[in-house]
Ligand binder design. Structure first.
Ligand code: M6R
Length: 628
């Protein structure tokens, strides 16, 4: 978590770094700080809380140098406070860090024995001490970092500058991302490309235990053993203005409204317009590597993908949070359409529970950021065990994307709101396509059935526009939520993961207690919770399970529960049982989830907003969870 920005170049570093940190604030907002050259020394300014507090302090500061680093923090070691804010300074060394130093206790003990004056509670300051000790010996920042890196264990990305070598910045990592932006006579080192997109679209991705020396107008990258490396430069097609609010009050609201477009963009590359069927485009299982996907022969690549889909005997989907719930929808779709067993696992459990990994398994990871530490570890584990891996990511060239054998993209555009929305629906679209392709490759779906799936998916963007047009009703419904003490979100079948996702949205945005349940589980415990202050949010589309879902609703109502239901069209039956009824357009069973989730997102958004919460940056959270 945490966002870091480094800059060396002709522009005003204060503006570049603070501008970059604004784009990275989604990664953490407990404190922020900068260290910038001024008068031959490095001047540091830090503030507790959101970036605006730092900006207020910086309003009266100027710097005459052209080198600086900045940080926005999600606290791990040490409470959020100015004392614990980055950059940490020891002697002339200034350092920012994202991640966790796992052997910090050992390092701290050794430093204390050597008489170090430790002034914060962080693990990060300890690294600044180690570098400060080494620059005295090595008389060179790069050499000092090469020595220090050997001592560090954990997950970290670090930028460091030294006032005795004011023309250089050194960056290194093991775990969380670091990307080097290559501009005209200027260089940026950032946690996420969004922080430098205003200046360049050319990026170099640092790999674990590599060290980058940014000096003058150039960058050299070395292995941890000091060998110079040739790194590929990737040109991105994201625009800086995609990261703006464009007139919406919040990023999250803008991203909810972008969902029809996100779904279209996710499916567009993979639909064969002539046959109206699925043809997954340039997945790259053949081993081309993520930077060479564009140059693949599309026909050969598709053949390869189909071969893998036909040859595996099971699928394991691994992800965290909202991406995990998207994976659960994937399970229902792939099992129904391809008749192949699918397991879905939370990445933090998968990586440690010693899973039985059979060779004929395809492991699919889902991650918007492509940087979630547990999901990254899961894909590595799968590869170590010789399994084929396929990643569904939004951020191209992210760590997970780079690790995977095969690659599919959400194509949602940058998602800035901490609560994931458009990446979720894009993933559901991708799972529809994957399930259809799987079904065909395994002879379980006829061409006609595959076409039916594609047609259902093609209808989604306009159906979603209809749902969005009812936003005002969702805002009204959210007002009702204020009178409840708790919420049970329920659904059956493919709508069950949507209930889980709806409950998560309410928890993370409105800070209210909500649980997601399979509706059939009510009698096995949750019914005891029900009284007139408990709301039941039921996702009940007109599908094969509708009658059973209605029975569950009747049971809850008979016990005093207040019902908010989401169903298909004008459903009189649901209306008569519910306090609030919200209709969505009639859709295919496999695409219902893409529509059902929209009212749940909007209700959570409106409730949180009217309670005065920071919807884009909910308390205690960060968008990219790069530590476990
Ligand atoms: O970037 P990822 O998709 O790997 O992130 C996974 C979760 O951290 C993420 O979905 C999280 O649950 C969101 N805050 C949910 O809105």
């Amino acid at each position: 978590m945490c966002g870091i920005v480094g800059y060396l170049g002709p522009l005003n570093p204060k503006d570049v770094i603070v501008g970059g940190l604004k784009k990275l604030e989604y990664r953490g907002y407990d404190s922020a700080g900068v260290a910038i050259l001024d008068g031959g020394l490095v001047k540091r300014v830090r503030a507790e809380g959101k970036l605006r507090n730092l900006e207020a302090k910086l309003a009266h500061e100027s710097f005459d140098g052209h080198l600086g680093i900045g940080h926005t923090r999600w606290a791990t070691h040490g409470v959020p406070s100015e004392r614990n804010a980055h950059p940490h300074q020891v002697g002339g060394v200034s350092l920012v860090h994202n991640g966790i130093i796992e052997n910090y206790l050992e390092i701290k003990e050794a430093l204390l024995k050597r008489g170090a004056n430790i002034t914060s509670d962080t693990d990060s300051e300890l690294v600044a001490h180690l570098v400060a000790e080494q620059v005295k010996i090595q008389k060179d920042l790069l050499k000092a970092v090469q020595v220090v890196l050997k001592e560090l264990r954990g997950a970290f990305s670090i930028l460091v500058i030294w006032d005795q070598q004011p023309d250089r910045l050194v960056a290194f990592k093991d775990g969380p991302p670091l990307v080097i932006g290559l501009g005209e006579k200027q260089t940026f080192v950032v946690s996420d490309v969004q922080a430098a997109l205003n200046y360049t679209k050319k990026f170099m991705y640092l790999e674990d235990r590599e060290i980058a020396l940014v000096q003058g107008t150039g960058v050299q990258v070395f292995s941890s053993a000091g060998a110079p490396l040739q790194k590929p430069v990737v040109e991105l097609n994201w625009n800086a203005d995609q990261v703006e609010k464009k007139g919406y009050s919040h990023y999250m609201l803008k991203e909810i409204y972008e969902q029809p477009h996100a779904v279209s963009s996710a499916m567009a590359p993979h639909i064969d317009a002539t046959n109206q069927t699925v043809r997954l485009s340039k997945v790259g299982f053949g081993g081309a590597g993520v930077t060479h996907l564009e140059s693949l022969d599309a026909a050969k690549d598709w053949e390869q993908t189909q071969k893998i889909f036909a040859s595996v005997n099971r699928v394991t989907i691994v992800a965290c949070g909202t991406s995990y719930y998207a994976g659960l929808v994937g399970k229902y779709l792939i099992e129904a359409l391809a008749k192949i067993p699918v397991e879905v696992d939370v990445a933090s459990e998968f990586r440690y529970r010693k899973p039985v990994l059979l060779k004929d398994t395809l492991v699919i990871t889902v991650s918007q950021s492509g940087e979630t530490a547990d999901t990254l570890a899961a894909i590595r584990l799968a590869k170590e065990n010789g399994l084929q891996t396929l990643s569904i990511c939004n951020v191209r060239n992210s760590s997970i994307d780079r690790e995977a054998h095969g690659h599919l993209y959400m194509n949602s555009g940058p998602e800035v709101g901490v609560a994931s929305t458009k990446a979720f629906v894009s993933t559901l679209a991708i799972f529809n396509l994957v399930a259809t392709a799987f079904g065909q490759a395994r002879g379980q779906l006829s061409l006609g059935q595959a076409r039916e799936q594609v047609q259902a998916l093609l209808a989604v963007p306009s159906q979603m526009e209809v749902v969005l047009a009812y936003d005002k009703y969702f805002a009204d419904a959210a007002e009702d939520f204020k009178s409840f003490k708790g919420f049970l979100y329920m659904g059956r079948g493919v709508s069950y993961p949507i209930a889980l996702e709806g409950a998560l949205k309410l928890k993370e945005l409105a800070y209210l207690h909500a649980e997601g349940y399979a509706a059939g589980e009510m009698k096995h415990g949750p019914l005891a919770l029900i009284d007139e202050r408990m709301a039941i949010v039921m996702v009940a589309p007109s599908d094969d399970l509708f009658e059973k879902t209605v029975s569950n609703l009747e049971e809850a109502k008979a016990r005093g529960g207040k019902i908010i239901s989401i169903g298909t069209g004008e459903n009189e039956r649901l209306k008569s049982i519910s306090e609030r009824y919200l209709g969505i357009p009639k859709a295919h069973w496999s695409t219902n989830p893409l529509l059902e989730v929209v009212p749940l997102q909007l209700m959570a958004f409106h409730l949180a907003d009217s309670l005065g919460h920071d919807v884009d940056q909910p308390r205690n959270l960060a968008k990219s969870v790069t530590v476990e």
